[in-house]
Write a new protein. Structure first.
Ligand SMILES: NC(=O)c1ccc[n+]([C@@H]2O[C@H](COP(=O)([O-])OP(=O)(O)OC[C@H]3O[C@@H](n4cnc5c(N)ncnc54)[C@H](OP(=O)(O)O)[C@@H]3O)[C@@H](O)[C@H]2O)c1
Length: 301
């Protein structure tokens, strides 16, 4: 099968609460420019809209976004709204609140609990919806997230939000949130070539609680918000060559092999990369290949 004929269905399905999603989704942060935020050149609007529409055609029904994903002239939420509204019934849009950027893109003080309603309403306005499917509290280094998460739980009770998640958390924060309201997903930085004991523990905890684990920077790795590096470990390159796929696809496949509750949200503004990323959901890695890749993650290779 060529990448173009493989759809997100091949990656399997997971439920975010009562909302089924394919395990290959799309991160919207890269639709706004060549690097995240104001770091790169703003994207071509028609190209980003085409990527979103192609993603849905390829079966992607989980898009990850935020009102603070914008470059000088592009907004991720505006692009999603323009490309996809009226939204398909099965499309799940997950957004995040907590961080704040002013109109020039500078990072400001993160939200106080009572300001989170405004953050939720900004997402509703930009996406053109009357409720949000999934909202993550993106922790901003608070020791306790109880007050912030409690504020979001009230907005969920009020019907503005269907399901809640938490992002950039440690196990203690997840435990705090679970005392307050159901958590359907945890979104943390987690990648093949980054040893990460906290991430490994969260991955395990999420599996035990039936919570989705949603890694970010799974392709970009150490490059983070900058453009992904071309350099890859030998193991990743060798295994990619053996499957006739790209290193990025192996990174996504390894991510999905970490458990049925792991969802991929690789970000791209490139239509060819989108097709590759969707096709990565059909890759099956052998036990030997996984052992070799796991050694990169544990730092024992
Ligand atoms: N919760 C948080 O704090 C947080 C933080 C960061 C991101 N996120 C979310 O997580 C999503 C994923 O993170 P991300 O987009 O920053 O990073 P990523 O998915 O790890 O990697 C994106 C980078 O990889 C490139 N890329 C993607 N597919 C590729 C392919 N098949 N071949 C070669 N290069 C490829 C992209 O460039 P091209 O555009 O050229 O393909 C971009 O430079 C974001 O979109 C966002 O929704 C959340």
């Amino acid at each position: 099968m060529t990448p173009e004929t493989i759809t997100a269905d091949a990656s399997g399905t997971w439920k975010l609460g009562d909302l089924p999603v394919h395990r290959i989704g799309l991160g919207a942060m890269r639709l706004t420019g060549s690097a995240a935020f104001h770091l790169g050149t703003p994207s071509d609007r028609a190209r980003s809209i085409a990527v979103l529409r192609r993603a849905v055609e390829l079966g992607v029904n989980h898009i990850d976004t935020a009102a603070f994903y914008f470059s000088a002239t592009r907004s991720a939420n505006e692009l999603i709204n323009s490309a996809l509204a009226p939204y398909a019934d099965d499309l799940v849009i997950a957004t995040k609140v907590g961080p704040f950027r002013d109109y020039s893109g500078e990072w400001g003080t993160s939200a106080r609990p009572e300001q989170l309603r405004g953050h939720v309403e900004e997402n509703l306005r930009q996406l053109g919806r009357d409720h949000l499917d999934v909202v993550y509290l993106r922790r901003m280094r608070q020791d306790s997230i109880a007050e912030h998460f409690g504020a979001l739980a009230e907005l969920r009770e009020a019907g503005l939000i269907r399901h809640l998640g938490v992002s950039d958390v440690e196990p203690a924060h997840l435990a705090e949130a679970l005392e307050i309201a159901p958590v359907v997903c945890v979104q943390n930085r987690y990648a093949l070539d980054r040893p990460d004991a906290v991430g490994d523990e969260l991955l395990r905890l999420c599996a035990a609680h039936g919570i989705a684990f949603v890694p970010f920077y799974a392709v970009a790795g150490e490059a983070g918000p900058h453009a992904a590096a071309d350099a890859h470990d030998d193991a990743v390159r060798d295994i990619a060559r053996a499957h006739g796929v790209s290193p990025a696809q192996i990174r996504i496949a390894w991510t999905l092999h970490q458990g049925p509750h792991v969802l991929a949200i690789a970000g791209t503004g490139n239509p060819d990369h989108l097709a590759e990323n969707v096709a990565a959901g059909a890759l099956r890695l052998s036990a030997d290949e996984l052992t070799r890749l796991d050694a990169l993650h544990t730092g024992t290779s």
